[in-house]
Design a protein around this ligand. Structure first.
Ligand code: IDP
Ligand code: MG
Length: 152
């Protein structure tokens, strides 16, 4: 186990549907720490940078249009193996394939409106966090809320 940081976005569909609170609740209930958070609207340049790996794919244009269409909530989330743990909590990209109990299975129907983004690797997390947060916007927190976890 290692303490990791990951970028989580409540995408514009989550914010407009009033689901950001539910998503944040689940993250905190899992015991992860919010170490950065902001409501913002992405411009096209930053959106294309964030989703750079998908450039050239048929859904890329629609994805950029969608992610810039309204406010999103960007979060830096920290915890034990938080990258994989958050991906597990978010569920498969297509809500139809997502396991019940995951955010996408519980609240979404379409792949293009799947509510949440979570970094998929250590490298992505590092790259994506730097797109959304400057170092001064990250708040170091003691893992006091983890007292109930088994000491390592
Ligand atoms: P992920 O969000 O589960 O990591 P990625 O493959 O990285 O999934 O795709 C990024 C986002 O692009 C997805 O969350 C989804 O919103 C959108 N997307 C991926 N594949 C498709 C598709 O086939 N049609 C429409 N949108 C897609
Ligand atoms: Mg991805």
């Amino acid at each position: 186990m290692a303490i990791q940081r990951t970028l989580i976005l409540c995408k514009p569909d989550a914010v407009s549907r009033g689901l950001s609170g539910e998503i944040i609740r689940r993250i905190e209930a899992r015991g992860y720490l919010l170490i950065g958070m902001k409501l913002m609207q992405l411009d096209g340049e930053r959106a294309r940078k964030h989703y750079g790996e998908h450039e050239g794919k048929p859904f890329f244009g629609g994805l950029v249009d969608f992610i810039t269409s309204g406010p999103l909530v960007a979060m830096a989330v920290e915890g034990d193996d938080a990258i994989e743990g958050m991906r597990q909590m978010i569920g498969a990209t297509n809500p139809l394939q997502a396991a019940p109990g995951t955010i996408r299975a519980d609240f979404a129907q379409q792949i293009g409106r799947n509510l949440v983004h979570g970094s998929d690797s250590h490298e992505s997390a590092k790259r994506e966090l730097s797109i959304f947060f400057s170092p001064s916007e990250i708040v170091s927190r003691k893992h006091d809320s983890h007292k109930w976890l088994v000491e390592k």
